[in-house]
Write a protein that binds this ligand. Structure first.
Ligand SMILES: *Cc1c(COP(=O)(O)O)cnc(C)c1O
Length: 231
């Protein structure tokens, strides 16, 4: 039962850890069941599937886009998306800003880090992510190029898909280190004051098979799908 699975996952989370219930590939009815059990934050990774669920389900749901997002899809989700978790390029960030502006909104985003061993995983290396932050600071120094309609809320990553717990732990701790580096070395500098340190507070890592380890390693935002919806 979805309701029982949800309860079990919630009971295993430390205080302050937010659960994103990843309903992708599961029907509207499944998400509705989790909603009825009290869940309000959901994750989806495909625009069309998300649109169907958004239109059908109650409007007080906060939808997080957790997958790779193509720039040409941003306009469809911009009116209602609560957070875009996997930003991995300036081009995407600019498009989110543009569409958010059109909607008169500010959209919360996370920067996606690539730390896993797999070549296939998306995201930025820490060096690429730092370069993006630096470019953003340059753009934000001028009113004309400023990205005023996106809010950088933290980082997101997916660990390697492996049974090697040491490897997964290592990647979570690397993500933590990177988050702390941004918080301690970047945010205090004047050119980064467009990021409010109080808003930069999301560490999104951990999925069904590794979320307990993730929260042990400092995650405060886990994205759990199959453990809730598949049985
Ligand atoms: C599918 C997905 C999840 C959830 O994965 P489960 O193993 O089903 O918990 C989390 N994050 C991202 C980015 C995903 O694509």
């Amino acid at each position: 039962m979805i309701k029982d699975n949800l309860k079990e996952v919630l009971a295993s989370l430390k205080p302050g850890v937010e659960l994103v219930a990843v309903s992708k590939y599961h029907p509207v009815e499944a998400a509705q069941e989790a909603y009825n059990a009290g869940q309000r934050v959901f994750g989806e990774s495909r625009e069309q599937e998300l649109r169907v669920k958004y239109e059908t389900l109650p409007k007080d749901i906060q939808w997080h886009f957790i997958g790779h997002l193509q720039t040409n899809k941003v306009k469809y989700i911009a009116p209602y998306i609560s957070m875009i978790e996997a930003v991995d390029s300036m081009k995407l960030l600019q498009e989110i800003n543009k569409q958010a502006q059109k909607c008169g909104r500010t959209i919360d985003v996370l920067l996606e880090l690539h730390l896993a061993q797999e070549e296939t995983k998306s995201g930025m290396t820490p060096a690429e992510c730092e370069a993006l932050l630096q470019e953003l600071a340059q753009r934000n120094a001028s009113a004309e190029t400023r990205l005023a309609n996106v809010r950088i809320r933290g980082i997101m990553m997916m660990a390697s898909n492996t049974d090697d717990e040491q490897q997964i732990r290592k990647e979570f701790l690397q993500a933590n280190d990177f988050y702390n580096k941004v918080k301690d070395e970047y945010l205090p500098r004047e050119e980064y004051h467009f990021i409010n340190p109080a808003d930069f507070n999301v560490k999104s890592y951990g999925m069904s098979h590794d979320y307990l380890l993730a929260q042990e390693c400092g995650s405060n935002h886990v994205r759990v799908g199959s453990k809730i919806f598949a049985n």
